[in-house]
Design a protein. Structure first.
Length: 136
């Protein structure tokens, strides 16, 4: 009887609300997991420590060639699972992409592999103000 009284629009609203809550919960879980394995750092901290770290650009090659942080090497996230073994675990790892999404995924993968000193650029390459290089 109660179900019959609920309009079709109300059902869609409830489903949409449940999906939004599930998405928000997933985002929070991802943030907590990321913070357990990596540190999100600002641009100044990134620049100060990047000479002692392995700077990894997770964007695709065409984006890397169009412009990247000076001193970074490109390991696209699409191939990261196969090629991340070239990253040394005894040195700090600085990750960046256009934002933070790919860096978060890569940090979680490295954390599972036992890497301890992982940092992610807070603003991503999109807002990078430091030195860059273009590969043409």
């Amino acid at each position: 009887m109660v179900i019959a009284a609920i309009s079709g629009m109300m059902v869609y609203t409830i489903i949409l609300l449940v999906l939004i809550i599930a998405w928000a919960a997933w985002q929070m879980i991802t943030i907590v997991r990321r913070n357990q394995v990596a540190t999100v750092i600002d641009e100044d901290t990134f620049q100060a420590g990047m000479r002692k770290a392995q700077v990894i650009d997770l964007r695709e090659k065409k984006d890397f060639d169009a412009g990247h942080i000076l001193g970074a090497r490109n390991i696209p996230y699409s191939t990261f699972k196969a090629y991340h073994t070239g990253i040394r675990a005894d040195l700090p790892v600085y990750l960046y992409d256009q934002g933070k999404a790919l860096s978060t995924r890569a940090a979680l993968m490295l954390g599972k592999e036992g890497y301890k000193d992982i940092s992610i650029l807070k603003t991503g390459y999109a807002r990078w103000q430091g030195k860059t290089k273009k590969t043409n």
